[in-house]
Design a protein around this ligand. Sequence first.
Ligand code: PMV
Length: 379
Amino acid sequence: MNGNEFIYKTDTNSTILEDGSFTWRAPSNIALVKYWGKREVQLPENPSLSFTLSNCFTETTLEFKRAKEAPTVSEPDGSTDFEQTLVQKVFKFDVFLDGKRKPEFEKKIGDFIVRVGKLVSFISDYDFIIKTHNSFPHSSGIASSASGMAALSLCIMSMEKALNPSMSEELFYQKASLLARLGSGSAARSVKGELVVWGEHSNIQGSSDLFGVEFPHKVHENFKNYQDTILLVDKGEKVVSSTVGHNLMHGHPFAQQRFKQANENISKLSEILQNGDLKAFVNLVESEALTLHAMMMTSNPYFILMKPNTLQIIDKIWKFRATSGSNVCFTLDAGANVHVLFPSNEKKLVNDFIERELVDFCQKNEYISDSVGSGAKQM
Ligand code: PMV
């Protein structure tokens, strides 16, 4: 499989679509085994595994209307001219965030369209309005790229499904994840399922570098409705973007060892998720978070995304775990915010602890209570 099998083609059952709209709500996700390091185009250097979230989501409506004088862009021949034409002359879209026009998002979406254009060439026949809304504040330090790219990709796939109604559900979701991945790597994991693996791994049947798949094994009760409280430590812009960070893994002195470790951790976590070993879960998840940040600190140029309050929180969590016997643990993404993870039967215990000891380390005492969700929904 190299991605070419996902190129849009009309078939005998194809229909004509004049205008309409599709709306999808796609969740954010938090990686337990981290993706850090990529090769062209948006392919991961190692497999990753994430919990899908529930309350943190992007809802996007894609309104489309067949363009009056639609320039016909025939089957692309691989020339870059096709890409240029597609964005500059053909693909017309306006983007609104919470009702306000956002020209600054248009560049990002334009880049995405260049990448996915060959796979969904029908988009060149339409004019679009994209209306989007995040459930979490824009300045919360929570990346909207995963949920945002997933929601937009699903809307585009709904158009493809309307044009080719015989498309299977499996192909629909695989291609939605593949398109999302081309927008933002971790977005591949924001489409379907509670636990999602993205990246080929020998122990995960059906896994692929091209798209995310649902974790294929039965998950232990201990991990049902797992809780994730996101402590908003720093809501500012990241000093180093994840694109720059991923690229710093090229030639990184510990990169190969890290990619090997992530593969091993997927095998270990797969066992843990099935046997319910919470202590082993805590150990693996925290080690993954700190390894991610260790990669940042040992790249060149080196950088630190944690803030003093990130470390204060980690210290408090370790002390609380030692004295209470709780299975609470933390993970981090590429930023200073802390994701506090715990089983649902510890909700009261851990929520009290967060209120008592951790909120003071959050900007304006803000945090978001979330839990595992099942994936994107069409609205
Ligand atoms: O999807 P990106 O390119 O923003 O990369 C995200 C990388 C991490 O959040 C740090 C880890 C992960 O697997 O989500």
